[in-house]
Design a protein around this ligand. Structure first.
Ligand code: FAD
Length: 431
């Protein structure tokens, strides 16, 4: 260590949703308790902070949800995550965001910034950090962290070294690496003795048998989606499904993708899984059955490809009939039997796609797995193994459903980590 090198009160690694929240929350608490700002430095690998935040909610930043049932959060230690979210609940998160200039508005249950603009969220954080004297180094990719006695040394790839009394690891998970998150925190935490659960993708496209989906690629449907293993229902979601070259995508598929991922092993799924699409409700299916019967009498000389005209878009109707009957679309409607009608209605009720797995972390919106939270205090986010080391956000083994839950986790855990370090520093100061 050179003599001139400053020792920061706090270095935060990662200027994303959780790191920026931690920085502002630390300074606010420091000001409240000690009537001055502390010395805090954010090290960010990208050339600017909040690159992933900019991509959230299709650029609109779905930052929270009115339905904050704790069942929307997942972890090997769900109770631990719940305890953090009780200490800093979604209301406190929204108050914090409001105070830095991010008022919110809702669309259904989803909560967005009033501006509906993710870039205004990043701007609000940038201005807040500047106003409360947070120092920032961009293009600073941290390579390693060491602790000697009570001081942490942080080394960046471009050869710089930084020193601090406290560290918050806020470098995100391992999904969407093009936005800066390449799972770097796992190796540092692991080196400090922390257990890390292997990262897996969630909120991601599902790969299925594509013999049907490939032909329908680009087409969408609103339907009731069920994820099953044999007769067991694993997950259920109503919403939009998009057919793709490799399988299925869209909001309803994203929502169940975490369940597929959790059963995914190196050599494939540990249990067989099927996605069933129910295209109509029971009353509509009853009417469709009657209508098909009527069409068989009235349209006997037409070909099968015309049977579902006006009921489903043409291409989808053709592929569904192929799946249901496995017969050429050129046969006459008059040749259909009662058994065939039942097969068609059964397929409209449960159009089945064999699940193979999910797309990779590269395509995912959040990471399942990460640092074992049971080795951190839920009251402070401090490591139980290394005093002075804190972590927050997606680097920890907590992931949320699609709908604003991951940003809520990032903000809440960042707020808690930042304010805990300020209180920690105050205690040390008093000693
Ligand atoms: C396309 C997309 C859309 C999404 N939409 C939503 C949504 O609408 N609502 C929602 O709730 N969630 C959404 N998410 C998830 C949400 O963005 C993340 O869960 C959240 O940003 C995690 O916050 P974080 O602070 O842990 O990590 P991040 O926000 O990813 O920040 C981590 C930061 O650390 C930096 N970093 C990484 N390694 C290093 C290193 N070695 N040195 C220095 N810096 C480093 C990264 O560059 C990054 O800036 C979306 C994700 C994606 C990919």
């Amino acid at each position: 260590m050179t003599e001139q090198a400053p020792i920061w009160d706090l270095i935060i690694i990662g200027g994303g949703a959780s790191g920026m929240s931690a920085a502002v929350s630390y300074q606010k608490m420091h000001m409240d308790r000690m009537n001055s700002y502390g010395q805090v430095l954010v090290l960010e690998k990208n050339d600017r902070v909040g690159k992933k935040v900019l991509a959230t909610g299709n650029g609109r930043c779905n930052l929270s949800n009115k339905d904050m049932a704790l069942t929307h959060f997942h972890s090997h230690e769900t109770a631990w995550a719940e305890s953090v979210l009780r200490l800093v609940d979604s209301e406190s998160v929204l108050t914090f965001l409001g105070e830095i200039g991010i008022p919110v508005a809702s669309e259904g249950n989803k909560i967005f910034p009033m501006s509906k603009s993710a870039s205004s969220v990043v701007d609000a954080f940038r201005f807040a950090m500047k106003e409360c004297n947070v120092s920032l180094e961009t293009d600073a990719e941290v390579e390693s962290i060491e602790k000697t006695e009570d001081i942490f040394s942080v080394y960046t790839k471009n050869g710089n070294a930084f020193f601090s009394n406290h560290i918050i690891v806020a470098c995100g998970g391992a999904c969407a690496p093009s936005l800066g998150t390449t799972g770097d925190g796992y190796k540092w935490l692991n080196k400090f003795g922390h257990k890390v659960f292997a990262p897996k993708p969630s909120i991601v496209q599902v790969v299925t048998d594509n013999s049907v989906t490939k032909t329908l690629s680009g087409l969408k449907l609103d339907c009731d989606l069920s994820l099953n293993s044999k007769d067991m229902l694993l997950a259920h979601q109503y919403g939009e499904v998009l057919f793709t070259d490799y399988g299925l995508s869209g909001p309803a598929v994203f929502q169940v993708s975490g369940v597929v991922s959790r059963y995914n092993r190196k050599n494939g799924l540990s249990i067989p899984m099927t996605i069933s699409l129910k295209l109509f409700n029971d009353e509509e299916l009853r009417l469709i059955r009657v209508e098909i019967g009527r069409r068989i009498s009235a349209w006997g000389e037409r070909t099968l490809d015309q049977l579902l005209i006006g009921i489903l878009p043409g291409k989808i109707a053709s592929m569904l009939l192929k799946s249901a009957l496995a017969r050429p679309l050129s046969i006459l409607i008059a040749t259909l039997s009662n058994e065939d009608i039942e097969k068609i209605v059964k397929t409209l009720k449960a159009w089945k796609f064999e699940v193979i797995g999910t797309k990779s972390l590269e395509f995912a919106q959040t990471t399942i797995g990460g640092a074992d939270v049971s080795e951190f205090s839920y009251e402070t986010m401090e490591s139980n193994l290394v005093p002075g080391l804190f972590a927050c956000g997606e680097v920890l083994d907590v992931d949320g459903d699609c709908g604003g839950y991951n940003l809520t986790w990032a903000f809440a855990s960042g707020i808690l980590a930042g304010r805990s370090v300020a209180l920690h520093a105050e205690d040390e100061h008093a000693e």
